[in-house]
Write a protein that binds this ligand. Structure first.
Ligand code: C5P
Length: 243
């Protein structure tokens, strides 16, 4: 697949893993004008709050709010309603909360936007990449492999009417086979050739991930910790635009 520069930038979600808004701002200044998606996780959101989200939206960024909601359905419905009102473009819940909880998240979204308006994309976390098979079997009490659990949770997410899942790029093809190509996959664990692997396992280059069918790739340290973040993202964009 060949992407234009703008399309490629829009497939990249820069993980703003900073303790507060001022750290994130320094990076955003360096990336100014690049139409990438940005991902705000719980550390930054708890510190920067709705006003930081608002400032991102004012600057035209698409925002993925990665707060992984997991609670009783009524509470998740309320949480989903609040984050939809903030204007985020995507947020997530845990599939382990079950279909009633995931459906409640969508109800909260629709209560905020009305059924005809465009709504945020709602995705689910299947298994955290920090979960090993031993943890899954012995602590969480789910039998089988991590991959089997991921596919089952992805199917549950689809049944609940959500739009996709966060997954390893290695799992994208199996998820698309089980849930259809329109079911979105958002993949961390992306490392350009030669980049530091850090604590990620089962990594892929941006190009490989795109070729496997990933819809959005979450990239943090290869951009945020690069000596020149702008050059780092531009080189990833180039990798995605050249066939
Ligand atoms: O720096 P790096 O590219 O490893 O950042 C990946 C981002 O994706 C981080 O924000 C991390 O929390 C997030 N993430 C992940 N694995 C998951 C879910 C989210 O690495 N399974």
């Amino acid at each position: 697949m060949l992407l234009t520069t703008t399309q490629a930038a829009g497939r990249i979600m820069v993980a703003l893993d900073y303790p507060d808004a001022s750290g994130a701002e320094k990076l955003l200044q360096q990336l100014e004008g690049i139409p990438c998606y940005v991902k705000v996780g719980m550390q930054l959101f708890y510190a920067g709050g709705p006003s930081f989200i608002d400032s991102l939206k004012t600057r035209g960024y698409k925002v993925f709010l990665d707060v992984k909601m997991h609670d009783i359905p009524n509470t998740v419905k309320g949480g989903a309603n609040s984050v939809t009102k903030l204007g985020v473009d995507m947020f997530n819940v845990h599939a382990a909360g079950g279909t009633a909880m995931m459906e409640a998240a969508l109800e909260g979204v629709y209560a905020a936007v009305g059924s005809t308006a465009s709504r945020p994309v709602v995705i689910a976390v299947t298994q955290l990449t920090s979960t090993s098979k031993a943890m899954l079997n012995e602590q969480i009490g789910i039998a089988g492999s991590v991959e089997e659990a991921v596919i089952r949770y992805a199917q549950l997410t689809k049944q609940a009417g959500l739009d996709g899942v966060v997954a390893s790029p290695v799992e994208v093809e199996a998820i698309k086979a089980a849930c259809g190509t329109a079911f979105q996959t958002i993949t961390p664990g992306i490392r350009p050739a030669g980049a530091d692997v850090n604590d990620q396992t089962r990594i892929m280059t941006p190009r490989e991930a795109l070729d496997r069918g990933t819809d959005y790739m979450v990239i943090g340290r290869p951009i945020t910790a690069a000596p020149e973040p702008r050059a780092a993202i531009e080189s990833i964009i180039e990798e995605l635009t050249i066939g």
